[in-house]
Design a binder for this molecule. Sequence first.
Ligand SMILES: *Cc1c(COP(=O)(O)O)cnc(C)c1O
Length: 361
Amino acid sequence: MAFTLNSYPVVYRAKFGQNRWEGEYIEKKHKTPQEEAALEKAEQDALAAFRNFYDDMPLVNYTTQYGLSCFEGLKALPQKDGGLSIFRPDRNGSRFYKSMKGLYMPPFPEKDFVAACVETVKQNAQLGFRPRYKPEWEKDSFATADSIYIRPFTAAEGGIGVNISREPWVVIILSPVSSYFSGGNSDAVITDRIRATPKGTGWIKAASNYVISALAKHEAQEAGYMECIYLDAVHRKYVEEGSSCNVFFYLKSGELATPELGDTILPGITRASIIELAQDRNIKVSERKIAIDEVLSEGKECFVSGTAAGATPITSLTYQGKKVIFNDGKVGGLTAELRDTIKGIQYGTLPDTKGWMVQVL
Ligand SMILES: *Cc1c(COP(=O)(O)O)cnc(C)c1O
C-alpha cells in the first residue's frame, strides 16, 4: 500500500446551489476495519469499489469532459501521544479557495474546509478507521510510517458544452497511505515536456495540470527514473518543479535555493514550511530563478517537497543525457535534517512550536 485508493467509509460532500453551500457526511457501506482486513482480496476490492461509487452524481459533466476541477492533498497523522492531528489544514483551505476562484467556481470557505476535514477524520476514526502510532517508525525517520491522506476535490454539475462550473460539489474522501516513493532509486530526469505556461493554470491545483504530469512521469519511470523535473516554458532553462512536488537545491555556496513562485509553479505548503525551518537554522534561503546549468555545476544536495513526498532526497539529476550525482549518491546532511524535523513535528516527536498541527483526537 504505497498510494492506492481504499476510501474510508465516511465521506463529506457539499453542493453549491441557491447561493450557498450545503454539506453532509455520508457513511458508506462498511464492516469493522478488522473484519475488512480479514476479507478475501476480491471482496476487499469489491467493497473499495462500492465505496467509490455515487449513483446520484452526473457522469457527463465539465470535470469528466474538460478536466475542470481542482483538488487538495493533506494528511492526518497518528501522534506519538496516541492522538491524531492534521498538518496545516488552514493553508490547504486557503489554497483550495484560491484554486476554485481561479477556475471561476464559487469558492468553498476556508473555515468550512478545515471543519469538514477535521470532522471527516474524526467520524472515520470513531468507527476504527485510523492508523495507530508505532514507535518503530522512528528508526527510519518515518519512511515507512502510516497516515491518512485527505483528498478534497471539486466535481462539476452535468453539462456538455465548454463552460465554467457554477454549481459544483466539494467532496472530501480519506484513504490510508504509507510511504509515497516506495523504495527503489531516487534518480530524477529533466523532462522536455512543459507542465505549465505563463497565463495558464500551473499555480492552481487543477486536475488538468496532471495530464502532462502523468505522461511525463510515466516516461521518466519507463526510462528508470523516480521523478521528472520541468524547465520553464519560455526560456527552457530555469528549473520549475516536479510533477507533483516542489524542488530544492542546496548549493556549494551554502545557499538553499528553490524556484520563485509565479503563475507556473504550485505554491506548496511543504515548500513554505521547509523554507521556514531552514531559515530558523540560519540557512540562507532564496526563492529565485535557478538555471539548470547552475544546478548541475553548483548543486550539492537536492530534494523534492510535497505532502505525499515529505522531503524526499534526489540522488541524481539527468539532463540531455548527462547525469550529475549529488552528495555521492547519499542523503545529504541538510536534506536529512529538514526531513527529520518536518516529520518529527508531523508525528509529534518534536514540539509543534509553530502551531502547525490541528488536533482531531
Ligand atoms: C500539490 C503539489 C505540490 C506540493 O504541495 P504541498 O502543499 O506541499 O503538498 C507541488 N507541486 C505540484 C504541481 C502540486 O500539485
